[in-house]
Design a protein around this ligand. Structure first.
Ligand SMILES: [Fe+2]
Length: 322
């Protein structure tokens, strides 16, 4: 599938008021205009796209959908065909959903463990329209997507790996440095970053673990770090540099209970000539000063809707029958 990367992310949240100040004041997000049909929700911009993050009122704080961006109409149509060929149910978006997402077209589908995905093309965009919520040098999103995310999966079945590499057409980027099973992937058209998504196996657990947000300048990593410390926001990992990416970053917890990794690139990432097997997570720093799994990672029952739980239940039935 000709996917560029993650175009947008959607969440449900009990803490919209906290997000409304945290987004602009800590991260430098711009508050976007909420669609008329969704006036209660909070939409954030980090570049010239209409929005990149949406927070909808909900009963729990959870990741609601992952919005993948197809390069255009033809790639979008081919992706829908590929999913259907693989036996995955594709629900085309209607005019109301297209309007909410601000896109030409969108469809929805589930991965084999029940996470809700969307694929879209042609999101509304206006050059030089992004105004950060506080003095900020800007985010590296543009043509490459908003960044990356790590989700925890209660099971890591072969169906999930097949879905990611064979159906979604992702490049497998390795297992990282962790002890448990984690797998990193990047979309086919992404030649700028090492991964768009990682699934980490956490038996019995589910939810978003962190979002990686790329800023243009080291100064913005440092200034965000200072603001996080001044506000005494919970930290997960101190400033450091990962072994497998030429990046400097730190992780702190957002109001949603998942971590935000604020990242800047020391040098552009280059395609890997061999599968990396790092001796350790980081070359320096990244001292773990908080839980690796924050309050956003709970049980599937806590963070999934009925449809998502049914996908997991179907997987369990298939296992039992085999
Ligand atoms: Fe990350």
């Amino acid at each position: 599938m000709d996917i560029i990367g993650i175009g947008y992310l959607g969440f449900e949240s009990t803490k919209l008021d906290e997000w409304r100040s945290y987004g602009p004041e800590v991260l430098g997000f711009q508050i976007g205009k909420s669609p008329e049909a969704d006036a209660e929700s909070l939409y954030f911009r980090i570049d010239d796209r209409r929005h990149r993050f949406a927070f909808h009122p909900g009963k729990v704080d959870r990741l609601a959908y992952i919005g993948w961006e197809a390069r255009g109409k033809l790639e979008f149509e081919a992706a829908a065909r590929r999913l259907r060929e693989a036996g995955i149910e594709v629900t085309m978006g209607d005019a109301a959903l297209r309007e909410l997402r601000g896109v030409r077209d969108v469809f929805r589908f589930r991965d084999p463990v029940g996470y809700q995905h969307e694929l879209f093309y042609g999101q509304k965009w206006m050059p030089r329209s992004f105004v950060p919520g506080r003095p900020h040098g800007g985010f590296v999103a543009g043509e490459r997507g908003l960044g990356h995310l790590v989700v925890i999966t209660p099971e890591f079945p072969p169906e999930l790996e097949h879905f990611l590499t064979e159906v979604m057409g992702f490049h497998y980027y390795g297992a990282g440095a962790g002890k448990g099973k984690t797998a990193f992937y990047r979309s086919r058209l992404n030649d700028s970053t090492s991964h768009d998504i990682a699934y980490g196996h956490g038996p019995g657990k589910m939810g978003i673990q962190h979002v990686g947000l790329f800023v243009k300048n080291l100064r913005d990593v440092g200034e965000t770090y200072d603001i996080v410390k001044q506000r005494k926001l919970p930290m997960m990992m101190t400033l450091g540099q990962h072994t497998q990416d030429p990046h400097v970053s730190f992780y702190h917890f957002s109001p949603g209970g998942f971590a935000i990794e604020v990242i800047t690139e020391l040098e552009p990432w280059h395609p890997d000539g061999f599968e990396l097997n790092p001796e350790q997570l980081s070359t320096w720093g990244h001292e773990l000063v908080g839980p690796i799994l924050g309050p956003s990672v709970r049980t599937p029952e806590d963070v999934q809707d009925a449809e998502g739980l049914e996908v997991l239940a179907a997987l369990a039935r298939k296992r039992a029958a085999a």
